[in-house]
Design a protein around this ligand. Structure first.
Ligand code: FE
Length: 253
């Protein structure tokens, strides 16, 4: 799919970059929040996505306008190309505090240490040219150090792996019930527990959300679908609720 504009106001744009994932790699979305002359790139992705995502970003704005690289968690589809992004931009990397020392294994050397901001476990507020973005905790959903971004101008919640779908050929969810099978197996296996989902749901219900934009698959673009997704997640059995007590030693077949 080509790049999609999710929100466009005079000073503020939210762009979903063209899908550059190929072959067997899991499909992933790269999102950009632009405010005035500054921008944040969310979950930039791995090495094969990097050159095309950089090209696309350059067509939208000068790369030195990129102020922040946001890494929601440590997975390769989020962070593998971190070093390349740090080398070609002047952006500050925002990364969950628990993962900062692991980032160095992707080739980031000590010289870059001052370009990395560790997001504390409670989250933080980030200033993007006067727009205050909320970096909110979503730990164990799925990663133990995991954050989401709420943009108060577009009212988009960037939910990372929560609400992710696999194998869909549409950008915006057309029918919530028909979409559930594309999310279900992933959430049941990857999300840590129903308790964490409930804690997350309680928190995000305090936000005015127009759209939820995950890191994989389609976005939820109506208030009704946003509400249904939060409700579905709030009541989902997953992770330790399903498999936590079922460990067995393997037997030879
Ligand atoms: Fe992940």
């Amino acid at each position: 799919m080509p790049s999609q504009t999710l929100f466009d106001d005079a000073d503020h744009k939210n762009i979903l970059l063209e899908d550059f994932t190929i072959g067997l790699m899991v499909q992933s979305n790269q999102h950009v929040i632009m405010h005035k002359d500054k921008a944040m790139l969310l979950d930039p992705g791995g090495h094969k996505v990097y050159p095309n995502a950089l090209g696309e970003l350059s067509s939208l704005m000068p790369t030195n306008s990129l102020t922040y690289l946001f890494f929601s968690h440590q997975d390769p589809d989020v962070i593998a190309a971190a070093n390349a992004w740090l080398m070609v931009t002047e952006a500050q990397a925002l990364l969950p505090q628990v993962w900062t020392r692991f980032l160095m294994h992707f080739g980031v050397d000590d010289m870059m240490a001052h370009r990395i901001t560790a997001i504390p476990d409670d989250g933080m507020i980030v200033d993007l040219a006067g727009c205050e973005l909320l970096i909110i905790p979503a730990h164990f959903l799925h990663s133990p150090g995991n954050f989401q971004v709420y943009d108060p101008v577009s009212k988009i919640l960037y939910s990372g792996d929560l609400g992710a779908s696999l194998g869909v050929n549409y950008t915006v969810v057309p029918d919530f019930d028909a979409h559930i099978p594309c999310m279900e197996n992933f959430h049941r296996r990857y999300m840590a527990s129903r308790g964490m989902l409930r804690a997350w749901a309680r928190m995000v219900k305090q936000l005015d959300i127009e759209m939820i934009a995950p890191q994989h698959g389609a976005v939820f673009a109506t208030k009704e679908h946003v509400g249904r997704l939060i409700e579905w997640l709030e009541h989902l059995s997953c992770g330790i609720n399903l498999i936590g007590k079922k460990y067995k030693l393997p037997v030879k077949k």
